[in-house]
Write a protein that binds this ligand. Sequence first.
Ligand code: FAD
Ligand code: NAP
Length: 539
Amino acid sequence: MSEANPNGCEVRELDIVIVGAGIAGCYMLYKSRELRLEAQVFEAGDGVGGTWYWNRYPGARCDIESMEYSYQFDKELQQEWEWTERYASQPEILAYINHVADRHDLRKDIQFETRVTSAHFDEGDARWTVETDRGDRVRACFVVMATGCLSSANTPDFPGLHDFAGETYHTGRWPHEGVDFTGKRVGVIGTGSSGIQSIPIIAKQAEHLTVFQRTPNYSVPAHNGPLDPEVQKRVKADYDGLRDRNREVPFGAFADVEGAEESALEASPEERDGHYERWWENGGLTFLVSYGDLMFDPAANITAAEFAQRKIREVVKDPAVAELLVPDQTIGCKRLCADTGYFEAYNRPNVSLVDVRKAPIQEITPEGLLTSDAEFELDAIVFATGFDAMTGALLSIDIRGRDGVSLAEAWSEGPRCYLGLQSAGFPNLFTITGPGSPSVLSNMIPSIEQHVEWIADCIAYLRANGKSQIEATVEAQNDWIDHVNEVADMTLYRGCNSWYLGANVPGKPQVFMPYIGVPAYLAKCNEVVANGYEGFATR
Ligand code: FAD
Ligand code: NAP
């Protein structure tokens, strides 16, 4: 069946529309084909890869080890693919996703350079009408938002931004041809993971680099390097075993790095320091599992925080600069960073640090940047200012569900989702790694695969049982949100102005968005299915 759209073109009838062609959208397309669904993917960029397509800034790489940050659905690929580094770089991950797209011939169902602008539910025939900025209008039974948790770039609305005479860049929208900062006076705003990865490299190129820091961050050396062939061989000999073990640990990664169960407070200060030193040498995010209670007990957390603070003072030669770089918040409650030479960069004569917590940025001038106590002349400004995380990409689409209610209205006080998979009032609309799922507090590729498989199984179940609609109930959703909050309250994650809470975007409701704990989450998802999609209404 078809009808004419306002442009006079035929409106295509589909089974499923998938928005986004990152790791999530690509796999959702693969699974849709397995179910023989007629599927169409719309992707704003001109290639696959999502995060790894957009974030081409110098130094971009993953901070979950490459052997674990990869798909597991294609067992042959998992054996064949050879990662070259312990932590894969952005170009390598992008090459990997492109390989997956070629291997499974995905591109023919992906329409690139097309942004979905609206998705409206028609209660009459239980179909979604999806429109794009290219004038497409399609109708489908199911819509899957694979739009990404960290895909909506956040550029603060500084007065004068558009009058700046130099170049501006956002780390999450980096030019494909790269940027040469040689001979330039560069300013980087932001010291989260993106800033911390790019600053050491930009520092080597620029004539002068000024870093504008609002909140200092903790970072553990990544100790990246070529991937040991022996490690690769060992993992591949029991890849499924590693994936299974990862499902049993809270972050869904690092299962084979033996995290300590015991309290940091049980050890003597000397034992503790030796212990932290070994974890520091191991490198990266695993530092947070060096003791079992670091994210639960403030006194335990302080021991790790003080160790990390000492490391900064040891590396940074100018004591005043070191003090500015030392964070004063709970370690881990903002995403811990993994770096290569970050703090060392501040020992370079061409790098200076400006505290914009004390003297906030007031405006961008044609020549540079003005804080409340100084002016800085710049040729280029890099915004390493992060993302409107978890909800930004979803809320920028005009999504309207039952009774014409918009997602923006339904989420006006913060996102409301059941299991991060569906929002009540929006039948047959699924979110991959939506709010209330482990998502950004987990190794994201396995979390994405679990969501895609759950959604695909759900659609297969509906078809097998002669049903056409599924929708989260308000009761189940409310109970789940209460549970997400109860779990967060048992931890130290709420203790700082993180993007997990939406605190980085002015005016955004502050709600703790991710669910903490992969194993409990997986058990709940499986239980819901075993109980006939408990908490969802089907018809
Ligand atoms: P994305 O990769 O964000 O893809 C979403 C896609 O949807 C994008 O291509 C976007 O263009 C498209 N899209 C959005 N809205 C629309 C629309 N309206 N119409 C059409 N298309 C749309 N996670 C980890 O687990 N480990 C890591 O080490 C790690 N490192 C990261 C490093 C960086 C720099 C960043 C930014 C994130 C990192 N992440 C990491 C998180 C990362 O986002 C996920 O691991 C994963 O790549 C997300 O895949 P996705 O497909 O869900 O979303
Ligand atoms: P981010 O962690 O949100 O950091 C943004 C930075 O910009 C913060 O330092 C923030 O300061 C600052 N900022 C924002 N608005 C500002 C303003 N108006 N004035 C001054 N400073 C401002 O963003 P990100 O670094 O892009 O990282 C986002 C997430 O992506 C990470 O947490 C991680 O999950 C993922 N990521 C991972 C890697 C990796 O290593 N694999 C690399 C990059 C990104 P405040 O802290 O004060 O808000």
